[in-house]
Design a protein around this ligand. Structure first.
Ligand code: AMP
Length: 298
């Protein structure tokens, strides 16, 4: 079985022991309800490090809606079995009081253009919650490498900035989005979709594919691309769109001309479930783009 650690003290001691032995530590932070997306990060961590640690923690301070936090799936036994299958050494599974004990008062915030836009604009406090918990987890575990999914494009960009700004000395590795056969990006929230909503949700991928087709056919104007993407979403039954934006993947600044490497990012609601996805324009399989964006050492 995977070694399950529940307290920050024990986790610190276990990670320190690995470091003292000279082992490299790869870390995959998750909120659980593991799927192939998470497993792709774990597999990469397994291939690149002596010890693989995952965290499973539904972080209350990054939720902007209480119902979303309460309803977040927590299939812990299944997660631990999957982690074991992938060769995870340690699962850090703290409860809320371990991470935010009585009197907790410190928050870490990346400010400015990376956090003001996209999901940061519509989910106040979300990234502050993410950067706070990631800082805590990095301090407890002090990994050599940490693995994040490009599906959460903005999160990955913000964590890279956090690590750089605070000289954390962690190598941040980002990996391509894992999808269902029909293109829907895997997400723990997908399990809340009804059969009909599931069929509607695939239009997000269809809309992103349309954006790539437009670029290939010579369309460079991102205003036209955004309009088309919105059209495909609407046709597919998605009326409530949070944003459709073409951005530089590192600065997240909007670009007016679609050049290869720019990313089309979408957040939209299917019923009361908010889904996000993105795709890099004009670079073929996503992995080609991410190979050169992939690793940032600080
Ligand atoms: P979460 O459990 O949703 O906080 O996600 C934990 C990590 O898994 C984050 O770095 C996510 O970006 C990553 N992740 C989530 N979904 C996917 C996916 N479909 N493909 C690749 N990585 C993913």
């Amino acid at each position: 079985m995977v070694e399950v650690i529940k307290t920050t003290g024990d986790m610190k001691a276990r990670a320190a022991l690995s470091r003292a032995r000279g082992d490299t530590v790869g870390f995959v932070p998750t909120m659980g309800a593991l799927h192939e997306g998470h497993l792709s990060l774990i597999r990469r961590a397994r291939a690149e490090n002596d010890v693989v640690i995952i965290s499973i923690f539904v972080n209350p301070v990054q939720f902007d809606r209480n119902d979303d936090y309460r309803g977040y799936p927590r299939p812990l036994e299944r997660d631990l079995a999957m982690a074991y299958e992938e060769g995870v050494d340690v699962a850090f599974v703290p409860d809320v009081e371990q991470v935010y004990p009585e009197g907790y008062s410190t928050f870490i915030e990346v400010r400015g253009s990376l956090t003001d836009v996209l999901c940061g604009a519509s989910r106040p406090g979300h990234f502050r919650g993410v950067t706070t918990v990631v800082t805590k987890l990095f301090n407890i575990i002090r990994p050599d490498r940490a693995y994040f999914g490009q599906k959460d494009l903005q999160q990955a960009a913000i964590i890279k900035r956090l690590v750089r700004d605070l000289n954390m000395g962690v190598e941040v590795v980002t990996l391509p989005t894992v999808r269902e056969a029909d293109g829907l990006a895997l997400s723990s929230r997908n399990r809340h979709l009804s059969g009909e909503q599931r069929r509607t949700a695939v239009s997000i991928h269809r809309a992103l594919t349309r954006a790539t087709e437009l670029l290939i056919s010579g369309e460079m104007d991102t205003a036209v691309i955004v309009c088309e993407v919105r059209g495909v979403l609407n046709e597919g039954g998605i009326a409530r769109i949070d944003y459709v934006s073409v951005v530089d993947p590192e600065t997240l600044e909007e670009v007016s001309e679609a050049r290869p490497g720019a990313v089309v990012a979408v957040a939209a609601w299917v019923g009361d479930i908010r889904l996000i996805d993105n795709t890099a324009l004009g670079v073929g399989p996503e992995s080609q783009l991410f190979m050169h964006l992939n690793v940032e050492t600080v």
